[in-house]
Design a protein around this ligand. Structure first.
Ligand SMILES: Cc1cc2nc3c(=O)[nH]c(=O)nc-3n(C[C@H](O)[C@H](O)[C@H](O)COP(=O)(O)OP(=O)(O)OC[C@H]3O[C@@H](n4cnc5c(N)ncnc54)[C@H](O)[C@@H]3O)c2cc1C
Length: 448
């Protein structure tokens, strides 16, 4: 009998458990919190008060893992917005023109996403779910993890034997400390922290345009002597909008209703302020600061057999990239492939860890390249072209298609024909920039 235990039942944890149930005989999922009955708030997931969109590659991976998931999200009120066809985006270089590409995002509350994904992942009943049960240590030695020590909320502690122990405890994961406790080598960690903070408020949207607005993304105004605020506005289920202000070190988004409103008015475009003036706030402003890019190199350490980590426990990137859930879904898909290839064998997990690192690395590089001072846009072209490229990007369909493929974690186009087209696009003069009015007029719903 092969037994597996997953530590943490968030987004990555439930997907990992669903995958493990295909390969192991018994799967236990230990979650320190308690799940709500419906798509509601739950303690232990503070980031869920903030906008959480699923990008294309993650949405596709979810549907491959759990067919019908994105259709259910849409049926329950999520919104699909093409990038940049369904999005009003003001970048540092100007407004993007609308055009169709393969890339899109799905916008709804994190509560709804978790409810639907968890429901589908655990529907088969082949995973034993232990709620209010916290993992407190690993058991075994430096060569082999043999299980986990679990503590229930009522204080009872018990050891659970497992051949495969999968850590999916998110940013709060204590696995490096627990592994060190077994005498395993230290896990190197890298942190790239742009000091980003989020301030988010949910609104009841005016009924006539609630579901009709594009996704709105206002990048920080550059060129001044101080950092500036950026912002997003997404339609979510229930006729609501979720508005977020973001600021990096030296430009904290203001807290409180008045501060939030003044931050929205200070943005590089008045479009979001106008929309929110017509909407009714639901609840207060939520702040979030623990956003640093953090990578734990589990795959570099000579870890004991029987242990694996995935999700934010391994790679957590700056959330403005909207990658975390998608990386978790892509990792779960890869876990399925690797377990099918190697078998549910404790000795195979270090190899699986390296495969999962490959999946997460693209998001890590994209996020940290931008957050290190000499950032370049995430397009796979030579770095020296980065600055002029940005202006070309705003009006060229082939270049936008490639940019948004990268941002939504789709594989880059590799065929020679597409690359020749991209080079031709770069060689011609960029389209003239859109004025503020022309950019907004691209979306009839905003004219109302
Ligand atoms: C402000 C913000 C906005 C974001 N926006 C987006 C976005 O738009 N799109 C996107 O894709 N991603 C976004 N992310 C990232 C996303 O939240 C994470 O990538 C995602 O939640 C990772 O899933 P996870 O399961 O690894 O971790 P989590 O979802 O954090 O789950 C970890 C789980 O483990 C449990 N746990 C912790 N410790 C223990 C323990 N010792 N024992 C048992 N259980 C434990 C927790 O209770 C929790 O349920 C955002 C993040 C932040 C901070």
């Amino acid at each position: 009998v092969t037994a597996a235990v997953v530590l943490g039942g968030g987004f990555a944890g439930v997907l990992a458990a669903a995958v493990l149930a295909r390969h192991a005989d018994e799967v236990v999922l230990a979650e320190r919190g308690r799940y709500p009955q419906g798509p509601d708030l739950r303690a232990g997931l503070p980031q869920a008060h903030h906008n959480h969109v699923l990008v294309t590659a993650g949405a596709r991976a979810l549907d491959e893992l759990l067919p019908g998931t994105t259709a259910e999200l849409l049926a329950r009120g999520a919104h699909r917005r093409g990038l940049p066809d369904g999005a009003l985006i003001l970048s540092a270089q100007g407004w993007f023109r609308r055009c169709e590409t393969d890339a899109y995002l799905l916008a709804c509350s994190r509560w709804l996403t978790d409810h639907v994904v968890r429901g589908r992942a655990l529907a088969a009943g082949s995973v034993t779910v232990l709620e209010e049960t916290r993992a407190v240590a690993l058991t075994g030695d430096a060569h082999r993890v043999t299980g986990v020590l679990l503590r229930h909320r009522d204080g009872r502690t018990r050891a659970l034997r497992a051949d495969l122990v999968v850590d999916a405890a998110g940013r709060a994961s204590q696995a490096p400390r627990w592994l060190a406790g077994l005498g395993a080598p230290a896990v190197d960690q890298e942190v790239v922290d742009p000091g980003l903070a989020y301030a988010t408020r949910v609104y009841r949207a005016p009924a006539d345009i609630a579901a009709a607005i594009p996704a709105v993304m206002i990048h920080p105004r550059f060129g001044g002597d101080r950092p500036a605020l950026g912002a997003t506005l997404f339609p979510i289920e229930g006729g609501r909008w979720i508005a977020t202000l973001t600021g990096t070190r030296g430009c904290d988004p203001p807290d409180g209703p008045d501060g939030f409103a003044s931050g929205v008015r200070a943005l590089a475009s008045p479009v979001m302020a106008r929309l929110l003036d017509a909407a009714e706030p639901l609840g207060g402003v939520r702040m979030y600061r623990g956003t640093a890019n953090r990578r734990r190199y589990f795959e570099h350490a000579a870890l004991p057999d029987g242990f694996l980590a995935l999700g934010d426990a391994t790679v957590a990137v700056n959330p403005v990239h909207s990658h975390g859930m998608s990386v978790a879904a892509l990792s779960a898909l890869r876990l399925d492939v690797e377990l099918a290839r190697h078998g549910a064998d404790p000795a195979a997990l270090p190899k699986v860890q390296s495969a999962l690192a490959e999946v997460a690395d693209r998001s890590w590089r994209m996020a940290t390249d931008q957050d290190r001072p000499l950032a370049v846009p995430p397009l796979s072209v030579p770095r020296r072209r980065a600055a002029p490229l940005s202006r070309h990007l705003l009006g060229s369909q082939p270049l936008m298609a490639e940019l948004f493929r990268a941002q939504t974690l789709l594989p880059p186009s590799t065929n020679a024909e597409t690359r020749a087209v991209l080079l031709r696009e770069l060689a011609r003069s960029p389209e003239p920039p859109l004025t503020d009015d022309a950019a907004v007029a691209q979306f009839p719903a905003l004219a109302r």
